[in-house]
Design a protein around this ligand. Structure first.
Ligand SMILES: Nc1ncnc2c1ncn2[C@@H]1O[C@H](COP(=O)(O)OP(=O)(O)O)[C@@H](O)[C@H]1O
Ligand SMILES: [Mg+2]
Length: 201
């Protein structure tokens, strides 16, 4: 379980959280919503170990995030950041194959097919559209063997068909008892697909 316990976090003069608590259990898909600038990405970076809480604590499977090594964190959670900048001209296939064998999920073919990436496998990531790059970035998270998947605005450049397909992958992960946290600023149409919504305001 991911447990966010009374955390506070300040960026410069900006107090983003004062005492926020939330939890994500295995098998649960949770939507994290709220207006622009409210702190959704910040929260994901705290859970993902990129930033450290200033008070309170974040536990993953009972262990403090800050006390886990990068390797340990990688084996527990996969993150698809809001923006992944692909700057090197590798193919989609090469990018996915960079994942260490130990970290690879068993259902990579299913993910590539469901995210409609099969026809793009030999294209260079730098030459794909924004929406296609976003799906590669998501695939990179889904292709990791993890217990939790943290996705920051995974639908922002997707059409309705792609959104449905991404939700299909999320449902499949849920059935395998994975916990999923999805950030979206555009939550109204999406809430129905999730077990719960955490609203930041
Ligand atoms: N690297 C940073 N340094 C200072 N302030 C930041 C940084 N990144 C984001 N912020 C500020 O923190 C607040 C929360 O940002 P963010 O978590 O990205 O919001 P959201 O994802 O909900 O749109 C915003 O006011 C933003 O301007
Ligand atoms: Mg954000």
């Amino acid at each position: 379980m991911i447990e966010i316990k009374k955390i506070a976090f300040k960026r410069g003069e900006n107090q983003i959280f004062t005492s926020l608590s939330a939890r994500i259990k295995p098998g649960e898909a949770v939507l994290l919503s709220g207006p622009n600038g409210v702190g959704k990405t910040t929260l994901l970076q705290l859970v993902g170990g990129v930033l450290r809480v200033q008070s309170g604590e974040i536990l993953i499977n009972g262990m403090k995030v800050d006390e886990l090594s990068i390797k340990e964190q990688a084996s527990i959670r996969a993150v698809a950041p809001q923006k992944r900048n692909f700057s090197l001209a590798f193919t989609v296939e090469e990018v996915i194959n960079f994942l260490p064998k130990k970290l690879k999920a068993p259902n990579i073919d299913y993910i590539i097919d469901t995210l409609a990436l099969r026809a793009l496998m030999h294209r260079k990531v730098t030459e794909l559209s924004g929406g296609e790059q976003e799906r590669v970035s998501l695939a990179l998270a889904f292709c990791q063997r993890a217990e939790y998947y943290l996705l920051d605005e995974p639908f922002s450049a997707q059409d309705s068909k792609s959104i449905k397909n991404i939700i299909k992958v999320i449902k499949t992960l849920q059935k395998a008892d994975k916990g999923i946290l999805v950030i979206s600023h555009n939550q109204e149409a999406l809430a129905q697909y999730f077990d719960r919504e955490i609203k930041l305001s």
